[in-house]
Design a protein. Sequence first.
Lengths: 327, 357
Amino acid sequence: MTTTDLDEPARSRFSAHTTEFTLAGIAALGYVVLAATTHGSVLSGDTITAILRFLAVPMMVGLSQMAVLAVGQMNLSVGVLTGFTAMASAWLMVQVGLPAWLAVAGGVLIGAGIGLVNGLIVVFTRINGFVVTLATMTIIDGLRFGVHGTGTYQHYSAGLVALGQGAVLGVPDVFILAVLVAVAVAVFFRRAALGRQLLASGGNPFAARLSGVSNDRSLVIAHLISGLLAGVAGVITVALSGSVNATVGDDLLLPSFAAPIIGGVALAGGVVSVVGTCLAALIVRLVDVAQAQYSINPEWVDLIIGAVVLGAVLVTQLRLGRRRRGR
Amino acid sequence: MTQHTPTLSPERSELPSPPARARALPFWANPRLGLLVVIVVLVVVFAAARPAFLNVGLTIVPMQSDLSVFVVVGLAQLAALSLGHMNLAIGPTAAFAMFAMGWACQDLHAPLLVGLLFGLAVGGLVGAAAGWTVATTGVNSFVVTLALNFALLGVVSLLYSGVGDGVAFSVHPAGMDTLRDNTFSDYCVGNVCGPPVPLVVPIAVVAAVIVAILYRRSRLGREILMTGANVKAAELSAIPTHRRIVQAHLLSGLLAGLAGFLLAVDNGAFSADIGSQFLLPSFLGPILGGTALAGGAVSVLGTVLGATLTEVVQTGLNLLQFQVEKSKIYIGIVLLLALSLDRARHVIAHRRGGRPA
């Protein structure tokens, strides 16, 4: 499926930028329309805070999926891993009695550890990453349930929940955290040698190997980052909601693919777009907000997201096709 | 990065002219044999630990009904995998097809068979639409069926909100309950009664046999496999690849509809939650059975065995009082072990029977 065109990277980067502009335009337009048709209720500070607060988790799971897409892999365990790390860090606080900051660090580390295991299995068995993470998804699903059965953890740490509910000048703390993480991911893929190596492995493994890049290392690191970001999503969930149970993460797997795909990230690997992924998460969030504002049937949300995913990809495809024919 | 190593075995539908050294692979490198051994061992272990595992009424009969559903779900994914594509929308397609069938039976008073044919046609149309989108736009099938999954989830819930109690049709077409409750042992000729096999099992068996014949014997099936192995080569061989892609996806949607029907019979209702649990089993069966994600090779028998293994593990652990969610840990581990063993067996077999180094 990979194109071996010489100027493919340049074109892909161009298309990623155009996609980002288009998405920013769509998000801005959507917001303006929302503001105009709801008599300005989405302009109020509280609503904006709420929109951003629940944007943090979709951003993190989208970036988590994007990290493995960068090397041409998929991670089916993103959703359940988010749920498992949420349950694990709540367990660390309630059952083990660790202070909140240690439990948060523990949750993120568990996520990274499981991501590392995913990557190592992929490299050592040479089994397709899709299949490996399908298996680990099943296992983690069981583990997530195993932490506390059908029970709910609550009243864990007043400080952590206050942080999750808090905001600086109307901007939620968790959103600031998500943006900082996103910036770190962007810098990693744009500036760090390791990040560039991941993209090289994803774009053309053969060329990467000839240039002295270890594709195996790239795969392991991509899975590790993916697990780490799922862990961040998990602890954000813990801070946000004040109570967690084994259903956390059930509805995150397919959205985790939707955000990077809408954002212009190629499934074949070699291209990432942090801005695009985050903007796509914002657009999906705005669809949610619109549903709440117009009090329409929540089922429309899925339908619209499906249309957006397909539409975004078709537009990219058409533009590439026109450019290719234009040459 | 593909691990698509051709083997030549009777069950595996393969493209013609396999490399000469694949012929040298010993019989124990056949993944289907390994699966069969694992299944037999697990059955013996579970039966020893819990004699109820062999209880006909409590375990064997319900297991066969469940298995029928998951075999057909696996075949639906196999149809997409044969192209090297994926179908993430099998669950919602099943739900949508069963909405169509429920509607036909309730509002048009269609008999069971007519309703079923209508439902299957709708499922096939959905699949064909996905295939057409993939073929004409060149967008990855993963993305197209992901979008379709979202869209259909919304559509199905919206449609159901317009009928009855908003979750299910109350209609029970004549024959549906018989299909659900009876086994062949209820039908006797004189003193000879049939085996304790539910009436839905033959439906799944026929589906599996037809799919197997399609991929092994028919020109259409071979051309789909050829398209999956190498689109360009297939095109140069005058195969209408676009049409083959649409047809394979049509088959996938049709089988998704059939799986939905078998589940509806099992549940006794056409409801909105049909297919919500199809995504994982759809991949488990074919992948355990040795169907490559890369396309061009399928194994129907392997899919049946893979689904059987999953079902045996789940039922056995359930009898040992594991909760369903926890038993998933072991299913995942079995999947990883089976695939690793398969890899190891392949590597060893290739080294032994392979070319002189």
